[in-house]
Design a binder for this molecule. Structure first.
Ligand SMILES: C[S@@+](CC[C@H](N)C(=O)[O-])C[C@H]1O[C@@H](n2cnc3c(N)ncnc32)[C@H](O)[C@@H]1O
Length: 594
């Protein structure tokens, strides 16, 4: 069995501890004056103590696999069976079969043909025709061609009769706008936001005007992004759209699919050219946080047109202490400068323990070895400096990723669960401005992903002029106890939280007191309306937004209480209904079992 990278680190660290070397290793790490020295030091310690930990002989690599493709197709057929009718699950298997099949093969053609049959049942006739074309372009068995011909005729007939699914106008998410004038140099953020820095908080964002619940103050595009691996047969690897009926596979690897040749080319240009031959092994070795370090590094390399010397000189020229995203003019910024703003994100390196630095060095060594052995980086890195560059970038981003990356979400249709729609993690991205926002366990904003992959910051508690914007890093007082929050934040983000919720020990949601309203105020939560929001009813969402915002602005002085927290949740749901990306699956709820 292949060990994952965390096991390799654990084996090494245990050996260091058991052999009584931990203090010596900590001293050795402290004495290093550059990241490249840290990595070399860890490599020496590893080679001396556990032999050749980075050989990774058990890794399987990747390659098309006809037998597995046929197996997946059979699983798809089971889900497609008229008594089962789990069409979306059938599609996931057919897509996997497509990704595993050799280009031009009969197996590939049959998987496309089977996918066309699902499209037909789902009344997606245009997609059905596209799959029929793809099946014919590959080696579909001659003797079965009549099936495709008949399905094609039926599709054309249905299209002529207009018997196909059309998006209801209300299903289409709207585009949000910034609530205040955009900053002339940073048009993706409101001009009221400023960057400050001090000893307690590091860099952080403040507002120079009063902000109200419901304001949208940032809409940011990620520099680099990653699709989680369990969505790889349902969503486009590049734009993350859930175009699962028409995904096309990478011709080489078996774990990457795209919604169009356009996205395929863009992915190739930005990261997949380097990652293609190693991404499957990387996925088996690393968590998404560390894969994000890989993605940010490969995106940086392509940003510099694979010119490693130029990238090295650029990185060396960055003045980390003084550069920040507010110093750049984003109206005509080039992507090399955008990378600079990702390069300077917090690493918290000086606060990390010896074992943490060993862990991240081990990850950087494993990733770089795989890249040097199996990708064009092996040839491109023709001197020690370029090898060091790749290792140190991976090491740096293995530290910036867990501290700064943000999730990319969408609203999945989950009719069998408590909530009909629930937020599903599609992946993650690196964001220069959003990464400047500090944490509070009682935050005053939430993040939301738009269908185009941008992430917006939505204010959900009023913020006074001069006040700091606070995000939540996954440790909210409503959901976690003070101890859990303090230790979680210290472990992952290296700071002791002193937010109002920690200082005043705000209760969990279940223990929140009720707000005191004047008799004229109607309770904000109406359970019928909540049911309609649970159904993602656009009209209800649009109607409730101003009401909820008024309530949050009026009663924030009584925070924390049950009503304000409930309305915050309900407001976020309304915004998700109006602006977020929603699963395409919902369109098929009456046609199959989901
Ligand atoms: C995403 S960054 C936020 C921007 C960061 N302050 C900077 O200077 O780059 C996260 C890091 O900021 C710091 N941080 C975030 N919230 C904080 C808070 N409430 N108090 C102190 N430090 C905080 C921690 O070092 C954390 O790892």
């Amino acid at each position: 069995m292949v060990l994952d990278a965390h096991d390799i680190y654990l084996t090494l660290w245990r050996h260091i501890v058991i052999s009584g070397q931990s203090e010596e290793v900590a001293r050795g790490l402290k004495a290093c004056t550059a990241d490249s020295e840290i990595i070399s030091f860890v490599r020496r310690v590893a080679d001396d103590s556990i032999g050749e930990p980075f050989e990774l002989k058990e890794l399987q690599g990747d390659g098309k696999n006809e037998a597995k493709a046929i197996e997946c197709r059979k699983l798809g057929n089971e889900k497609f069976h008229p008594k089962i009718k789990e069409y979306v699950k059938a599609i996931a298997y057919y897509n996997e079969s497509i990704a595993l099949s050799k280009d031009g093969s009969e197996t590939l053609a049959i998987a496309y043909a089977n996918r066309s049959a699902v499209c037909y049942e789902l009344k997606e006739y245009t997609d059905c025709l596209q799959n029929i074309r793809l099946a014919r372009e590959n080696s579909y068995p001659e003797q079965l061609l009549f099936k495709l011909d008949n399905r094609e005729k039926d599709c054309l007939k249905r299209l002529a009769e207009n018997d196909h699914k059309q998006l209801e106008k209300d299903d289409v998410p709207r585009k949000p706008k910034l609530s205040y004038k955009p900053n002339p140099k940073l048009p993706h953020i409101s001009d009221c936001l400023e960057l400050k820095e001090d000893d307690q908080f590091g860099r952080y964002l403040v507002t120079n005007r009063n902000l109200s619940a419901g304001d949208i103050v940032i809409e940011e595009t990620p520099f680099s992004s990653l699709l989680v691996s369990d969505r790889r047969y349902m969503n486009c690897d590049y734009c993350h759209d859930d175009q699962f009926l028409t995904l096309i596979p990478c011709k080489s690897c078996t774990v990457t699919m795209f919604c169009s040749t356009n996205c395929q080319h863009k992915a190739m240009d930005t990261y997949h050219r380097i990652e293609c031959s190693v991404i499957k092994d990387m996925q088996s070795l690393f968590t998404k946080v560390i894969l994000m370090a890989l993605r940010t590094t490969t995106t940086a390399i392509s940003t510099f047109d694979y010119n490693l010397e130029e990238l090295r000189l650029h990185v060396e020229s960055i003045d980390e202490k003084s550069l920040n995203p507010f110093k750049l003019n984003w109206t005509n910024i080039d992507s090399k400068q955008v990378y600079s703003t990702i390069h300077i994100l917090a690493t918290n390196q000086s606060l990390r323990s010896a074992s943490d630095l060993v862990q991240r060095s081990v990850y950087a060594i494993i990733m770089s070895e795989l890249l040097f052995r199996n990708t064009e980086l092996g040839k491109l890195c023709d001197n020690n400096e370029s090898h060091d560059l790749i290792r140190t970038l991976l090491f740096r981003h293995a530290q910036t990723s867990p501290v700064n990356m943000h999730s990319i979400m969408f609203m999945d249709y989950t009719p069998k669960e408590n909530e009909k729609y629930s937020q599903l993690n599609l992946g993650c991205g690196s964001f220069p401005i959003l990464s400047m926002i500090n944490h509070s366990c009682a935050p005053n904003l939430v993040r939301m992903t738009l269908p185009n992959g941008n992430v917006v910051a939505l204010v959900n508690r009023p913020i006074k002029k001069g006040g700091q914007l606070f995000d939540n890093y996954g440790y909210h007082h409503c959901l976690e106890s003070l101890d859990e929050r303090q230790s979680g934040l210290l472990g992952q983000y290296c700071f002791r939280c002193q937010c109002e919720a920690c200082k005043l020990n705000y209760p969990l949601f279940v223990n929140l007191p009720h707000a005191k309203f004047p008799p004229s105020v109607k309770p904000p939560i109406d359970y019928d309306e909540m049911d309609r929001l649970a159904e993602h009813d656009m009209a209800t969402a649009l109607r409730k937004i101003p009401e909820y915002c008024r309530f949050l602005n009026m009663f924030d002085s009584q925070y924390p209480n049950y009503e304000v927290s409930s309305v915050q949740e309900a407001l976020l749901r309304c915004y998700q209904i109006v602006f977020s990306k929603q699963s395409r699956k919902v369109r098929y709820k009456d046609l199959c079992s989901l």
